[in-house]
Design a protein around this ligand. Sequence first.
Ligand SMILES: C=C(O[C@@H]1C=C(C(=O)O)C=C[C@H]1O)C(=O)O
Length: 339
Amino acid sequence: MSYPQRGDRTPGLWSALASKAGASAESASGNLLGRISYAGEPAEPVLADGAPRLTAHMAAKNLATTEEVWQTDRPVRSGTAGEAVFAEDGEHLFYAVRLGPQPTYRERVRDLYENALEFTWSRGYTDLVRIWNLIGEITGRNAEGVEIYRDFCTGRAEAFAALADRFPRLSAATGIGTLSPGIDLCFLSAKPGRTTHLENPRQTPAYQYPSEYGPRSPSFARATFLRDQNAGSLFVSGTASILGADTAHVDDIAGQTLETLRNIDVLVGSENLGRHGVRGDGYTVRDLDQVKVYVRDSAHISTVRNICSLVFSPGSEIAYFNVDVCRPDLLVEIEGVCR
Ligand SMILES: C=C(O[C@@H]1C=C(C(=O)O)C=C[C@H]1O)C(=O)O
């Protein structure tokens, strides 16, 4: 089995985003560390081709599956840990687990997060790089009438609070809707000393959002920079049209898309990187690659595509998803990687 090879490969660890049909065209360029399959139906995470594969139901049945492929230049060892699957290469750990539909999520999410964090810590991958939280019915209600995203955030925050001595800093993350109930989780972590976590001067840190947005704030940073022997990779969290803590441009898809892109531009720019002690010239929003664009309403996709096609480089990998976003008034969310 072979995977796409990118010209902008980062030594050590790199990723690619491709529709499944095109993903096998080129020769294998490294060792598979893990995959996320954005598929037409849900499935349990498995070990396939010697590495974890997380599957999230995020594509309509008739559309091609998008696959995010993580590779490394080091030998990989994989295995299972309870219901989770993992792979490690001595520098990076990829860990995937699924939580099926639940009446309420808080306690199970707390347990799953604690297990994942304890596992990654026990193997020496003490620094979180990026977390995926792919959440079915994200703005729907649980059996007690609480919004599922808020229910999820409470369990996650409790896990981080319980392990705050070991994980004092939060990493980049995504918290986005899927098309089936249940939660698919994926953790990428690294050996100590290579990560810097960034906030955005235009946005309140998510972990400080006021309680009107939920009893426990979301536990993530706006981006995480992972150093390597050349420079590094900047993993940009799911970013939306939020200024301070509030949604900007309610009911305005073009306005939200442009504000989101401005948020990313400031986040990845040299001034913000310098503020966080990351050396280098910084990036602009045009440098974002492996871009994922989440659009709530299918009728908005063409507007969002038009704006994105003007902003992103024609060579960038970009995938669109028609899924719910973590607040009912957010219409679009964008994330990616700068290298
Ligand atoms: C869009 C936002 O949050 C989303 C939710 C996240 C989470 O809960 O992990 C992470 C990034 C985004 O996908 C935001 O609060 O700005």
